[in-house]
Design a protein around this ligand. Structure first.
Ligand code: KG4
Ligand code: ZN
Length: 404
């Protein structure tokens, strides 16, 4: 059984072919990064137009790489919610047209469920081989109940997954999503779009430069004299470093909700204080070399990332404890964050030694169509033969907001 997956909910045009026996046969993602760099963020209308241009070539490429054709596809699966309406419409209308012309059943898939199923994508043998060569650790088994941290540009939730298709949202962000906070902090510091990976890269540079060394040197002096700039992860903690008390909002709220807008504002005010009351223009902020601005930016990205990771990891572990999770997992674009993966991994090992840890490979964390086809492959197993006809009715719409 071959499934063609289509994903166009935001700024990636993606198609994939997934075979229920062989696993993933192809996974093509056309990123719009270069287009949105110019405006420093996604302009919905521009994103939809780019999807229109890309969708057919991307589908063709995915079929070619999978060495198959539209006629040999058994099912089509498409993201219909949540996302940008104009972007979703391109994928959904393409999928509906293909379904009608080819007389193939079509499954509407929730994008958030897609992110969760990044954990279940099976690579075919060739892909596995590539993964081994890349030194990617193999994934552990996945047992239910699982606690899953879903962190993307639009969502931050903790989900209890009791079985395939069975979810309970334990908590979610009350304001900004974690990825949104990364993107906004990148803007404050004058870093390019997409913010998350750039903030993370810069924080990594800081860690590499000043690895785990403890220093008595107050942070203020460090800013004046970048040569004295030493930091340790301990210093990221508020009690050690009152000047950079980036808040860990709602850490002890007793529930599984999140809030990141206070953290973003704290970064903004601290940054403006350090730069004489103004945010740097991008051209100033991207100056090369170990200038004090560069050093300050690195420190800010580091402190910010430590705060976000601490909040996310703390709440994930306490949810896993409360619900006696057999597996802890993360998914969504922010799940590609190296520091988050490392911290969740460390805490599961130390605090929940009998719990499995499942981190989806990085290429399936951001938006892709393999995860959409993968949801369909599990859902189809449960559909009765007489219900398959109904999948040709095409009686579903796009929705900008939709929970699991
Ligand atoms: O899941 P995704 O690709 O799209 C949505 O469904 O929103 O997530 C995109 C988000 C963006 O906010 C991006 O900045 C963030 O994921 N992101 C990261 C990293 N890679 C992507 N955030 C932190 N560290 C990363 N390495
Ligand atoms: Zn996404």
């Amino acid at each position: 059984m071959k499934i063609l997956g289509i994903e166009t909910s935001c700024d990636e045009t993606a198609a994939a072919v997934y075979d229920s026996k062989e696993g993933l046969l192809s996974n093509v993602v056309a990123s719009q990064i270069d287009i949105h760099k110019k405006t420093g963020g996604v302009v919905p209308e521009v994103a939809s137009r780019a999807h229109v241009e890309q969708i057919i070539p991307v589908i063709n490429e995915s079929l070619k790489l999978a060495k198959t054709s539209l006629e040999k596809i058994d099912y089509i699966a498409v993201t219909h919610a949540p996302g940008l309406i104009g972007s979703l419409l391109v994928g959904v209308n393409t999928a509906k047209t293909l379904s009608m012309i080819l007389d193939k059943p079509l499954l509407p898939i929730n994008h958030l469920e897609g992110h969760i199923y990044a954990n279940f994508i099976r690579e075919n043998e060739n892909e596995k081989l590539k993964m081994k060569n890349c030194g990617v650790a193999s994934r552990q088994l996945f047992k239910f109940p699982a606690v899953i941290l879903l962190v993307s540009g639009g969502h931050t939730s903790l989900i209890l997954m009791k079985g395939h298709g069975k979810y309970k949202t334990l908590g979610e962000t009350l304001d900004d999503a974690a990825g949104e906070a990364f993107d906004k902090v990148a803007k404050i510091l004058g870093l390019e779009y997409p913010g998350g990976p750039n903030v993370s890269r810069m924080a990594e540079e800081y860690r590499r430069k000043y690895p785990m060394t403890k220093s008595q040197c107050p942070i203020n002096d460090q800013i004046q004299n970048p040569k004295n700039l030493h930091a340790s992860r301990d210093q990221a903690k508020p009690d050690k470093n009152p000047k950079f008390m980036f808040p860990r909002s709602m850490l002890n709220s007793g529930d599984f909700n999140f809030s990141f807008s206070g953290l973003k504002t704290a970064v903004l005010y601290a940054w403006q204080r350090e730069n004489g009351g103004r945010t740097l223009r991008r051209s100033e902020a991207t100056g090369k070399g170990p200038t004090s601005v560069e050093a300050r930016k690195q420190m800010f990205t580091y402190e910010f990332e430590e705060a976000v990771v601490d909040i996310l990891a703390t709440k994930t572990i306490s949810a896993a404890k409360k619900y006696k999770a057999k597996t802890v997992s993360i998914c969504g674009g922010v799940a590609a964050n190296k520091r988050l993966r490392e911290e969740i991994g460390d805490r599961v090992k130390k605090l929940l030694p009998t719990t499995l840890l499942n981190l989806p490979p990085i290429q399936y964390c951001g938006d892709n169509a393999a995860m959409i086809a993968c949801v369909a492959s599990y859902r189809i197993k449960k559909i009765k033969k007489e219900e398959i006809k109904k999948l040709k009715n095409l009686d579903f719409e796009v929705e900008s907001n939709k929970n699991l």
